[in-house]
Ligand binder design. Structure first.
Ligand SMILES: [Zn+2]
Length: 315
């Protein structure tokens, strides 16, 4: 049933979505498949058979008879909302091309409270970053940009309480094309912070293009092939020397202003960066249903990296 890409099954249309997930049991079965893609394996006795307990989010192991929660340590843990509501939210979020607002989600799902919609959105955004995600490779442009009060067009209304610095890394594909991106809010543009960001975002041996800022002077020592582009010497404006990273920067700013009216506090910016990254890196996905599938897949991954660990790069 439904569409597939390789081994991946997901609904392609709203009609298929509704047919796939008519009740809680169907949602649970889907989450169990995502959580144990190679088949169930009991964490206690390694038995490979289990059955779903009626009306509970648990499996019973056929070997040791212990109960194993399907949703523990996932985005859906500790939530009293029906999984059907969560699935509808995930579908809505991934089917809105520019992104979803809490108000829009509240209206579409008929949620009683704006706060509930807001909290769901933030949990789903957190799931958009995957702990074991692949590092960027090949040739990569890296730069920083500021998001905040001085941003043109914001007029100081509903904007960030203070300026935030965002580090951007984007794979440089031929003919000015962007590959995947990594973004992180960074505390400053010092050498340890920028080196840490690149080390977290890019695979060792990658070619890193930056400007001549001293904060990037530790990259060769950290195992990268560093190419500092001399803007002053070449006479090229920055956007010519590193066109991709500047395109990502302006897309990010436009998206923050357009979808979220720029209204977010600096610590929430992390979640918006995750959402932007998730969408940007999957912008060529032919089916929105695949985005839904990926989002749920990441939502059931137990070990999410605390967002603070992403700041300045992971160890
Ligand atoms: Zn067992």
């Amino acid at each position: 049933m439904g569409g597939s890409a390789g081994a991946v099954d997901y609904p392609r249309t709203l009609a298929e979505f509704n047919a796939w997930f008519p009740d809680e049991a169907a949602c649970l079965a889907y989450l169990a498949r995502l959580r144990w893609p190679d088949g169930f394996a009991c964490p206690h006795c390694a038995a490979t058979r289990a059955w779903q307990l009626a009306r509970r989010r648990k499996l019973r192991c056929a070997g040791c008879r212990r109960e194993i929660s399907i949703t523990a340590q996932t985005v859906f843990a500790d939530s009293h909302l029906p999984l059907m509501t969560w699935f509808a939210a995930a579908w809505y979020v991934t089917s809105q091309k520019p992104g979803a607002s809490a108000l829009g989600l509240q209206r579409v799902l008929g949620l009683g409270s704006y706060r509930t919609a807001w909290a769901m959105l933030h949990k789903l955004r957190r799931a958009m970053v995957r702990a074991g995600r692949d590092q960027l490779a090949g040739e990569i442009e890296v730069d920083e940009t500021t998001i905040g009060a001085s941003q043109p067009g914001s007029l100081g209304r509903g904007t960030f309480a203070s300026e935030a610095i965002v580090a951007i890394a984007v794979e440089a594909l031929p003919r000015g094309t962007c590959g995947r991106v990594r973004l992180a809010r960074i505390p400053d543009c010092s050498k340890p912070v920028l080196t840490g960001f690149v080390a977290g975002a890019a695979a060792p041996g990658a070619v890193i293009y930056t400007d001549h800022w001293l904060g990037y002077s530790g990259l060769a020592e950290a195992g990268f092939l560093h190419q500092a582009t001399s803007i002053a010497a070449s006479g090229d404006p920055a956007h010519v020397a590193m066109p991709r990273v500047h395109r990502v920067s302006s897309l990010l700013k436009r998206w923050l202003l357009g979808t979220h009216q720029g209204a977010t506090r600096p610590h929430q910016l992390d979640f918006y960066l995750d959402e932007f990254t998730f969408r940007f890196n999957r912008r060529r996905s032919r089916h929105r249903g695949l985005l839904f599938h990926r989002l749920l897949e990441q939502a059931v991954e137990a070990d999410h990296v605390p967002i603070r660990d992403l700041i300045g790069g992971r160890p």
